[in-house]
Design a protein around this ligand. Sequence first.
Ligand SMILES: NC(=O)c1ccc[n+]([C@@H]2O[C@H](COP(=O)([O-])OP(=O)(O)OC[C@H]3O[C@@H](n4cnc5c(N)ncnc54)[C@H](O)[C@@H]3O)[C@@H](O)[C@H]2O)c1
Ligand SMILES: *[C@@H]1O[C@H](CO)[C@@H](O)[C@H](O)[C@H]1NC(C)=O
Length: 315
Amino acid sequence: MSTSTGKIISVIGSGLIGRSWAMVFLSGGYRVKLYDNQPGQAARAIEEVGKQLEELQQAHMLRGELSAVDQLALLSSHDDLPQALEGAFFVQECVFEDLEAKRSVFQAVEGYVGESVILSSSTSCLLPSDIFSRVQNRTRCIISHPVNPPYYVRLVELVPHPETLPAVMDRTHALMTQVGQAPARLRKEVDGFALNRVQYAIIAECWRLVKEGVISVQDIDLVMTEGLGMRYAFIGPMETMHLNAPEGLEDYLRRYRDGMRRVLASFGPVPEFSGEEAKAIIQEMCELIPSDQQHLSARRERRDQFLMGLAKLKK
Ligand SMILES: NC(=O)c1ccc[n+]([C@@H]2O[C@H](COP(=O)([O-])OP(=O)(O)OC[C@H]3O[C@@H](n4cnc5c(N)ncnc54)[C@H](O)[C@@H]3O)[C@@H](O)[C@H]2O)c1
Ligand SMILES: *[C@@H]1O[C@H](CO)[C@@H](O)[C@H](O)[C@H]1NC(C)=O
């Protein structure tokens, strides 16, 4: 706690992810200044955060050592950018996923902060080389990509600009660890980062199997939820291989290399995800879970309850 006392983090953009970051940093005892370019929006976001902190406290899921009231007291809202940046050592940008918006935000931010301040973006899909193109000192720029909802899913992908200093990566890694997130370093930028590349590989093969008539929508989801997913919350695919042969990874490769290569070579091309094939798969999905708000909200609530329980279990 002593490392965070009095230190300030600015969060730029107070939407879903901006509010989530604010809660994560507050749990680590940081002062958080929340800014939004829509007047009044950051103030409304504080009310929402206050409500959520109270709910988390009642559910015994509040993170950190401070009470909900004490955490909320560390949060302030600002409609003025220079004021929101004053005193900050770290800036987390969370504005719309729009290249132009992000470029101009970082250009403006750089004009108001000291040279040691780290400029961090929440972008899901844009590359550091694009986002930070108008920043003069790009050695202090980094992407810290959270997973929704960050309060329960702790992974943060750290993606450097080609010019990012190792010390900036290290300081961001230390900050994320200290506030209870689980940072993973990418050594260089790549489209989709790591999480979405793996996610899209899984989606593509599931889609192809359903499309080819091999398995139903319901049953391919079961393959994940009752099969692969059971271990993936605790043991990744690399360690899984290592543990699944008597003498570890080398042994695993000896035994399964040829089979893996044969199966992988039979994978189909990138799916269209549109037209007739999409129509059929959408229809099958909607027969299981209709896509009206009532059904979707109920399933989202169920998902968040499960995530909360899993987060507890992982502790
Ligand atoms: N939603 C997710 O699941 C998710 C997950 C990981 C990363 N992200 C990324 O986080 C970022 C924010 O996403 P979100 O879901 O919170 O969006 P959102 O639409 O909920 O919030 C964006 C907020 O930014 C504000 N804003 C827009 N332009 C601004 C500017 N120039 N200056 C200050 N504020 C500005 C808007 O008023 C709004 O309040 C995006 O880059 C997104 O890709 C989102
Ligand atoms: C650029 O940023 C780095 C990292 O914050 C800092 O050490 C360096 O002094 C900055 N350089 C200039 C010219 O401002």
